[in-house]
Design a protein around this ligand. Structure first.
Ligand SMILES: C[S@@+](CC[C@H](N)C(=O)[O-])C[C@H]1O[C@@H](n2cnc3c(N)ncnc32)[C@H](O)[C@@H]1O
Length: 256
């Protein structure tokens, strides 16, 4: 079905962190009504299961170890829309946070395709929250920086200025930062941050197999390995990460 006549329309939809109860009402409706839903694995199995089978297209699939190129996803959105279809491009969390939503918006605009952004709860805020970590707190942090821990191996220099972040004093939330945890925790210590600064990692926040590891800048690599944290996971650095241990006994719901 299409609500945009012959031209079709693309919805860039955020699925939230993974538990279907955190889908917005609008996202849930669009998943039911769309002609095509282009998704990868990040929304999680419980949300992907809500998409009618005839509409499901996995664009995160790896052929010979490669991800579907972004150019192919862009093309698929435009082609389906030009056939007059209602297209959902479903993304984990929010479609504008480390999700190529910006690139996709530009591409759609360049090709004259009407689109709409349907925000989702970003894991960068929801993930710490469900683990008992508020990303701001009057006593610990009045600012938050969300950064990528994923670095281009072909680049010599880090794209993230860890030295400036160490000096800034707010909470740091690192996405895509499981593998490079040793590098950036050391960079923060080298830049003068207290090695005792609390750090937490939250894997698969709100999924049934959510896991959390806690420690300090000095100990978190060991804690990551002990718990067996694997992607997708967040790293939360700063005083707020220590709050989890204070509230844990009363924390229910998604907590592991
Ligand atoms: C490509 S980014 C997409 C971020 C997403 N757009 C958002 O707003 O949450 C993928 C990274 O998001 C984080 N992430 C997404 N969902 C998560 C979840 N349920 N639990 C923990 N981390 C998650 C992980 O750091 C993962 O490597």
């Amino acid at each position: 079905m299409s609500d945009a006549g012959e031209r079709g329309k693309v919805y860039l939809v955020g699925s939230g962190p993974g538990d279907p109860e955190y889908l917005t009402v609008k996202a849930r409706r669009l998943l039911r009504e769309a002609d095509v839903v282009l998704h990868d694995k990040l929304p999680g199995p419980n949300i992907i299961a809500l998409i009618p089978e005839h509409a499901r297209v996995d664009v995160g699939k790896r052929a010979h170890g490669e991800r579907t190129p972004q150019s192919a996803i862009n093309l698929a959105m435009v082609e389906h829309a030009r056939e007059g279809k209602t297209v959902v491009r479903l993304k984990g969390g929010d479609p504008t946070v480390f999700a190529r939503g910006g690139e996709e918006m530009t591409y759609l605009a360049e090709h004259g395709i009407p689109f709409e952004i349907v925000p989702g709860m970003t894991s960068a805020i929801a993930g710490p929250g469900v683990a008992g970590i508020p990303i701001t707190h009057r006593d610990y942090a009045s600012s938050v920086t969300i950064v990528t821990g994923h670095e281009d191996p072909t680049k010599d220099e880090s794209a993230v200025d860890w030295e400036t972040l160490a000096a800034a004093g707010g909470t740091i939330v690192v996405l895509m930062g499981v593998t490079r945890l040793p590098q950036y925790t050391q960079a923060l210590i080298d830049a003068g941050m207290d090695p005792e600064t609390p750090v937490a990692m939250v894997e698969r926040a709100t999924w049934p197999d959510q896991q959390v590891a806690t420690g300090t800048l000095e100990t978190i690599v060991e804690a990551r390995d002990e718990v067996g944290i694997t992607p997708p996971a967040l790293t939360i650095i700063g005083g707020v990460a220590g709050i989890r241990e204070d509230v844990r006994n009363s924390l229910e719901g998604n907590d592991d």
